[in-house]
Design a protein around this ligand. Structure first.
Ligand SMILES: CC(C)(COP(=O)(O)OP(=O)(O)OC[C@H]1O[C@@H](n2cnc3c(N)ncnc32)[C@H](O)[C@@H]1OP(=O)(O)O)[C@@H](O)C(=O)NCCC(=O)NCCS
Length: 251
């Protein structure tokens, strides 16, 4: 328990330039209070004390303005900065070292006419390790935001986000950052420090991000083609064919 408290406090001190001491974090950070209460509520939920867990989660919301369903699973070193207005749904899964700013929703989409059919189904997002989510962002549905990806303030994201990508806008789209960035390093507000690099470096970084998006898309299409047992090479020539004389094609 004490190890967990120490870990959460040091995670906040590492990530918030405004945090000056462990006492300040322990006393004044609603994100810290919310995660401690959530860990207790989640334990109660897993032990089958569903109503007590929900009651504790509601108390947590009343005190901190942060609503985390006790069923949500959250990794180590989680940090909610400012906190007010954050909503995390029951089947959300959050990896280690994730940061959320205020007013973020990890919610569901497409309400079913028959809500029973959605019960016990995965309805909320998965955030992999090191993800940073800007204030007001809405991440909706059972999608995955890849490791160390950044979601811009006020973005609305309803599709998978590749690892390391930056997503902004409504609907969320992948953009290239103007600043040099090492994806594994945390940068406050998701904004890397340092000067804006030269346009060539920026263009290369943009291309790299596009390549990762295209890779994810190809993987998706290959999986879909396999499922339908369609050959993914349809439309392409085999090496033997390509070395042979060109054949007439009819259109
Ligand atoms: C998304 C974010 C992480 C990107 O930071 P960055 O890597 O420094 O990105 P840049 O400033 O180089 O911007 C890249 C492009 O995205 C655009 N962009 C950046 N953030 C955006 C946002 N939230 N919404 C819409 N567009 C955004 C920029 O205008 C730029 O577009 P351009 O290429 O057409 O000029 C950052 O802008 C952000 O929103 N951080 C969250 C901040 C926050 O929540 N603060 C609350 C603290 S209390």
């Amino acid at each position: 328990m004490f190890k967990m408290l120490r870990q959460e406090i040091s995670a906040i001190m590492e990530r918030d330039p405004a945090a000056r001491s462990a006492w300040e974090v322990a006393l004044c950070y609603s994100g810290f209070h919310a995660i401690v209460m959530h860990r207790l509520a989640h334990g109660a939920w897993k032990a089958g004390w569903r109503v007590s867990a929900r009651a504790l989660s509601q108390f947590n919301r009343f005190v901190t303005g942060i609503e985390i369903h006790p069923g949500a699973s959250i990794g180590d070193r989680f940090f909610i900065d400012h906190g007010m207005g954050v909503v995390i749904g029951e089947t959300a899964e959050i990896g280690d070292g994730v940061t959320l700013y205020h007013d973020v929703t990890l919610g569901g989409v497409a309400p079913s006419v028959d809500s029973d059919s959605q019960r016990n189904q995965k309805r909320h997002p998965t955030l992999e390790d090191g993800v940073i989510v800007g204030s007001g962002a809405q991440i909706l549905g059972p999608i995955t935001v890849g490791a160390c990806a950044r979601v811009g303030a006020n973005a609305v994201v309803t599709k998978n986000v590749p690892a390391g990508a930056t997503v902004v806008g409504i609907p969320g789209r992948v953009v290239a950052s103007r600043r040099a960035r090492r994806t594994e390093e945390f940068s406050p507000y998701g904004t890397p420090l340092g000067d804006v690099p030269d346009p060539v470096a920026r263009a290369i970084e943009g291309l790299m991000e596009q390549v990762s998006v295209l890779q994810a898309r190809i993987e998706q299409l290959e999986t879909r083609a396999k499922e339908k047992s369609e050959p993914v090479t349809a439309g392409f020539e085999s090496p033997e064919e390509s070395s042979a004389e060109p054949k007439a094609r009819s259109f």
